[in-house]
Design a protein around this ligand. Structure first.
Ligand SMILES: Cc1ncc(COP(=O)(O)O)c(C=O)c1O
Length: 444
């Protein structure tokens, strides 16, 4: 095989990778521009019952298959609203995955609940139902599975555990718009769910989020939380009377108009992601040293990211998975593959969970109502730690296509065939990139 680009050889990837969503909008942005113009011309740019927000909520609920969808101004806001509706509060514990974005946990803390982390499954990278069982205490209120990288968590087993312990299930579906489990879309499986519509997601509105549920009661609570604790009705003057605590989590008309365009296009963009991903998986299954994403038969993934694990045992190298991963990402980057390390460590390793510096005088951990001391230690979730060390992500979104994936596959084959030379590569300097890390020049 040719010499690695990082060691002076020819690059395997000639085509440039287009970034999401900026380059996507270069091709398809006219509809978004039309929607924004329509809103500006209408003169109505905000309002909980304004027409774009209302239409988006109706369309999203129909798409997911729930009776309610409530638009918010972020995924974190939708998640926090769900925690509030579930009755999360002082001394309650919510079991979630450590292999996620920080908002899965901070949304719990905003309501004085304590996040408890259960380890993940080494194949799906989603929360492991068995580990959930081990973490349940009399304080546990809810389970918050995160459908990471667009792959649904094991919702049947999670649902059974929740039923047998009387727990609420709140899906963090922020990365999984359109993914299915047992033929049902995520967001319609647990008691409640939250989606993010920030600029990086499979569908976006700039910033934004959506809460979904089939429960009238939860929907009513979230509707209240979204607008300062007030009960408001369409076509009825707002009274400005709060019946409970609340925030301003409303989505604006401009964001809703973009979200509607993106929702109409979601299945088509997800199809491209799936097609690109399936092609790469077919290739990586035949390329030593790389483990492609595992998608159980009962689920579909929408590949928010395409996560690859390195396997040193399949290569003739004397390196740990972590050492190999860093060198592989550097070598692939030099070949022209857009590869990034995302979720470099489980979130409980972030300083917040060492200092326990929550809001107020250290709530939720030092809340006077707390009945149990919860600490976070390195080694708490060994599988999540290992997966963070041994995986990296690439992006398979449109307008990137099969032609690019073919060149990517050649780059992977080249790195695999030259694996023994990876020892010579100096560790790259890393730079932050979209919540992850990419190696930067000089990388050799
Ligand atoms: C898994 C997960 N949960 C929650 C969030 C929070 O969403 P937002 O950024 O819209 O608040 C994100 C988005 O980054 C996410 O990826």
């Amino acid at each position: 095989m040719d010499k690695l680009a990082i060691l002076g050889g020819q690059k395997a990837v000639e085509k440039s990778t287009l970034n999401w969503p900026e380059d996507f909008l270069k091709i398809h942005g006219e509809e978004e521009i039309g929607a924004l113009t329509r809103v500006i011309r209408s003169g109505v740019v905000w309002g909980a019952f304004a027409s774009e927000v209302t239409a988006f909520e109706r369309e999203f609920a129909q798409y997911i298959g729930t009776t309610h969808a409530i638009a918010t101004n972020s995924g974190a806001a939708a998640l926090h609203s769900a925690m509030a509706a579930a009755g999360v509060g002082p001394a309650t514990e919510i079991i979630t995955s450590p292999h996620t974005f920080i908002a899965s946990a901070t949304s719990v803390m905003h309501h004085n609940g304590v996040p408890v982390f259960a380890d993940i499954d080494p194949k799906t990278y989603n929360i492991d139902p068995e580990k959930i069982e081990e973490r349940i205490t009399k304080n546990t209120k809810a389970i918050e599975p995160v459908h990471i990288c667009g792959l649904p968590a094991d919702m049947d087993r999670i649902g059974k555990i929740a039923d047998s312990h009387g727990l609420v299930v709140i899906e963090d579906a922020c990365q999984a718009h359109g993914a299915t489990y047992g033929g049902k879309k995520v967001g319609a499986i647990g008691d409640m769910a939250a989606f993010s519509l920030n600029g990086a997601k499979n569908m976006m509105s700039g910033e934004g989020g959506v809460f979904t549920t089939n429960s009238d009661e939860y929907a009513a609570r979230v509707a209240r939380v979204r607008i300062f604790g007030e009960d408001i009705r369409p076509n009825t003057p707002r009274e400005y009377k709060s019946g409970g605590d609340g925030w301003n989590y409303r989505m604006c008309e401009l964001n809703a108009a973009i979200a509607r365009v993106q929702l109409a296009r979601l299945d088509a963009t997800n199809r491209v992601r799936i097609e690109n991903a399936e092609y790469l998986t077919h290739k990586l299954e035949r390329t030593a040293g790389f483990i492609p994403p595992y998608i159980p038969q009962d689920r579909t993934s929408v590949y928010h990211y395409y996560k690859i694990r390195v396997d040193p045992s399949a290569l003739d190298v004397k390196m740990s998975g972590h050492q190999l991963r860093d060198r592989v990402v550097a070598a692939l980057t030099a070949e022209g593959v857009k590869a990034a390390v995302w979720c470099r460590e489980p979130i409980y390793k972030q300083p917040l969970f060492k200092t326990l510096d929550g809001y107020g005088l250290g709530c939720p951990w030092r809340c006077p109502h707390a009945t149990r001391k919860i600490e976070y230690k390195d080694g708490d979730c060994p599988i999540a730690e290992r997966i963070s060390d041994e995986t990296f992500n690439i992006q398979v979104h449109p307008p990137n296509d099969l032609e690019l994936m073919k060149q990517y596959a050649t780059a992977f084959e080249k790195v695999s065939a030259n694996a023994s030379e990876l020892v010579e590569i100096k560790l790259p300097r890393w730079e932050k990139w979209w919540g992850g890390y990419i190696p930067v020049e000089p990388i050799s």
